[in-house]
Design a protein around this ligand. Structure first.
Ligand code: PLP
Length: 423
């Protein structure tokens, strides 16, 4: 039976995650180095796992309040006050969600009417696009790649239309590793003050993985507080991606509406995971340790990539580097595919993060130092191979397109039996 006409258009036209595809492919090699997925390589700290075990022992296995355990919302309120000096009432201004992802979904469904536009500074995390489309809204990307991934008021002016409903920001950023600077924040604030009808969705899932200084958030600006919706969670900083706990913090009027989506789509987040997250928020010792490890790795990889001749912006947070591969005259997908096939190193093509990510690759530092060192050694060999194949001129061979024998050999989608999809 053909299902073609019964599946909703917005679902049919959405591809599964390109990042997953690359990760699955590299896992197929015994000696593969997987630098694809944004997943901490640390284990969830023992005290957190113990709290979950205790919750099971005590039979805390039923639905919680739909908005989440009150103690957990209180802990999140405390965290928000401490980290960004923003005050949220645990009763009515905070929701516990199934990871940041479900929080984003509930928020976007709530604030975006059909046909409205969501401004996305790009390159940007590829998880937003389908959520926005599922809500019937339109992702409106604008390019930050030529400005070292910093947003300016001018860029926002160009991207804004009468359909603009909200601005979605992520700091620290995936895939670039950059953070919102003070200057940038001032520019954005000034612009928002001129556009009182624009909401801000501030994805702060990597807030605790800020390498230097304080994490900056628009939610701490009093003049904007009533229209900034903060998304956060324990997935990244506490190595808890599988527990699926996130938070939405926003003014009461907004949470009242977002709650309706949340309640009807999931009822509540998993009770056991909520007890684990409650324990997580009791201490920031582990996030600090992990953050310092990610920083060490980022600094190592940043310098190693520069030594190899890559142009790369120094990351200030999260666990990604986003070097340019433009000088090699290949598309980001071809570069990633060649690196996979030749060297068994998995990275993500920048094109996965919108068209403005083309010309870059994303390398995750959520991997051991040994793996990163091995990645650098293999990259060195890979670049030498490219040079040899080109006789010094890399661009010509790759631009000869589908007729190139080398390109055909590298047609991973056929030879590896894994569907490579673009999005
Ligand atoms: N936001 C950003 C910027 C991310 O990079 C990710 C995951 O990679 C998420 C949200 C999803 O977070 P969670 O696993 O808590 O749903």
């Amino acid at each position: 039976m053909s299902y073609e006409f019964e599946i909703a258009d917005c679902i049919r036209m959405t591809h599964s995650s390109l990042i997953r595809d690359y990760s699955n492919t590299v896992c197929g090699y015994d000696d593969g180095i997987n630098l694809t997925i944004g997943q901490p390589d640390f284990h969830t700290p023992d005290r957190i796992k113990k709290a979950a075990e205790e919750a099971i022992e005590k039979n805390f296995t039923q639905y919680t309040d739909d908005e989440g355990l009150l103690e957990l919302r209180e802990a999140e309120a405390k965290y928000m006050k401490k980290s960004i000096h923003a005050i949220y009432d645990p009763s009515g201004e905070i929701l516990v969600t199934c990871g940041a992802t479900q929080g984003l979904d509930a928020v976007i469904r709530t604030v975006c009417q059909k046909g409205m536009e969501v401004l996305l500074p790009a390159p940007i995390y590829c998880g937003y696009d389908p959520i926005i489309r599922f809500a019937g809204s339109v992702p409106k990307y604008f390019d930050t790649s030529k400005n070292d991934f910093e947003i300016s008021g001018e860029m926002l002016d160009h991207a804004y239309t009468t359909y603009t409903r909200c601005l979605l920001l992520a700091s620290p950023n995936n895939p670039t590793g950059s953070i919102m600077t003070e200057n940038e924040m001032n520019d954005i604030v000034q612009w928002l003050l001129k556009h009182p009808d624009v909401f801000v969705i501030s994805d702060e899932i990597y807030a605790d993985l800020t390498f230097h200084g304080n994490h900056l958030s628009l939610a701490s600006v009093p003049a904007l507080h009533d229209r900034v919706i903060v998304i956060s969670g324990v997935s990244k900083a506490y190595a808890m991606t599988g527990w699926r706990i996130g938070f939405v913090c926003a003014p009461r009027k907004l949470i009242t509406e977002i709650y309706k989506v949340h309640q009807n789509e999931v009822s509540c987040a998993a009770s056991i995971s909520q007890f684990a997250a409650l324990e997580a928020l009791q201490s920031d010792v582990e996030p600090k340790k992990m953050c310092s490890e990610y920083e060490k790795r980022s600094v190592f990889l940043y310098h190693a990539l520069r030594k190899l001749g890559f142009d790369v912006v120094k990351p200030e947070g999260a666990f990604y580097l986003f070097p340019s591969i433009r000088k090699f005259g290949m598309s980001s997908e071809l570069f990633a595919n060649c690196l996979m096939k030749e060297m068994h190193v998995g990275v993500v093509p920048g094109s996965a993060f919108s068209k403005y990510g083309e010309g870059f690759i994303r390398i995750s530092t959520a991997a051991s130092m040994e793996d990163l060192q091995e990645c650098v050694s293999r990259l060195k060999v890979f670049l030498k191979q490219l040079e040899r194949k080109e006789n010094g001129n890399i661009t010509d061979v790759y631009e000869s397109g589908e007729n190139s024998k080398y390109l055909q050999e590298l047609n991973l989608s056929r030879s590896m039996g894994v569907p490579f999809r673009r999005r």
